[in-house]
Design a protein around this ligand. Structure first.
Ligand code: TLP
Length: 343
């Protein structure tokens, strides 16, 4: 998109910073399929430590990382308990069925947070004629619920219920650092209760490509095999990992600024006629709003675009705005002006 747009469609639109580009140009590289890229190895070690896991694997995307985790943790015909609006089930093109041959067992959460009792009651009893429940998947922060966060206690409760019933657990932590910043805890405390966790460096952290899939050494060994099966083995990937190393140092401390701007935008929308926002869901960098009559989400999206603001329309009546590093206070002011101009 041309620079004159304020782009709030997603935090995936962030571009690498000048420091990242320099680090990318200068990165020491090797063939990562042989495990010989020193920059990838550094990022993987750092990621594992941050997520309180023993090992990590650099993946081309969050979707591939999530689906690799599903594949490693399940066998065809198994059932995966997941929050009803989660990304793994709803926005990954049905890969869990197509690639792993598993059934989703969606369980509605409260503002994206799974209830351990509901999870427990969705677990199938062991029987030769029932699907086998083998995995519980959670998401933090929760994208479609509006960037809501799941606290340390709630995360532990889900990890525990899975362990107690002999199930594996996976956390889609695409935006785990946003959740951690909002809660004022270390990301590792949110990741620790789960057997595996994925986080993205290519969203609010501004790196151009990549996600880290973290877990035990045995999990990561198998994930490496699945990544290769999917054609996701990368060669001199240190050029990409270098941006991730900078992202974790340079951008991570700035995430609260994105949250502050999301809050300003949300409060503005909540007070504007034609929009409904559940302010309690505005906990990180996502603002989910419902457009009410006589406006329609499509028309609002078009009206904002005509005034230089891009948002993500979710038909029929929702719009998502995501704040990020590349939208500063001036950008935010332009969004508020566009809204005030009437649609
Ligand atoms: N989310 C994208 C779109 O797919 C909607 C976005 O713009 O928010 N888990 C979560 C929670 C995500 O939000 C996303 C991307 C992914 C996984 C997948 O990551 P990628 O895009 O790297 O495959």
């Amino acid at each position: 998109m041309p620079d004159h747009f304020v782009d709030l469609r997603s935090d995936t639109v962030t571009r690498p910073t000048p420091r990242m580009r320099r680090a990318m140009a200068e990165a020491e590289v090797g063939d990562d399929v042989y495990g010989e890229d020193p920059t990838v190895n550094r990022l993987q070690e750092l990621a594992a430590g941050l997520m309180r896991k023993e090992a990590a694997l650099f993946m081309p995307s969050g979707s591939m990382a999530n689906q690799t985790a599903v594949k490693v943790h399940t066998r065809p015909g198994d059932e995966v308990i997941c929050e009803a609006q989660c990304h793994i089930y709803n926005i990954e093109t049905g890969t869990m069925a197509a690639f792993s041959g598993v059934l989703p067992r969606p369980v509605p959460g409260t503002r994206g947070v799974l209830d351990p009792e509901r999870v427990a009651s969705a677990i199938r009893p062991a029987s030769y004629y029932l699907p086998r429940t083998s995995l519980v998947a959670a998401e933090n922060s929760h994208n479609l619920a509006g960037g809501t966060v799941m606290g340390v206690e709630a995360s532990r409760a889900i990890g525990e219920v899975a362990r107690k019933h002999g199930l594996a657990s996976h956390l889609d932590g695409a935006r785990i650092f946003n959740a951690a910043a909002a809660l004022g805890v270390e990301a590792g405390a949110l990741a620790e209760p789960f057997d595996s966790v994925m986080f993205c460096i290519s969203k609010g952290l501004c790196a151009p490509v990549g996600s880290l899939l973290c877990g035990s050494p045995a999990f990561v060994d198998e994930a490496r095999r699945i990544r290769k099966m999917l054609g996701g083995g990368m060669r001199q990937a240190g050029i990409l990992a270098a941006a991730g190393l900078v992202a974790l140092e340079e951008i991570l401390p700035l995430l609260p600024e994105d949250h502050r701007r999301a809050r300003v935008l949300a409060e503005h929308l909540a007070a504007a006629p034609g929009f409904e926002v559940d302010l309690a869901t505005v906990q990180t960098n996502i603002v989910m709003t419902r457009v009410t009559d006589p406006l329609t989400a499509q028309r609002v999206g078009e009206g904002l675009k005509a005034r230089g603001v891009l948002c993500h329309v979710l038909p029929p009546d929702h719009i998502r705005f995501v704040t990020h590093h590349d939208v500063d206070d001036e950008g935010l002011a332009r969004v508020l002006e566009a809204l005030a101009a009437g649609l």
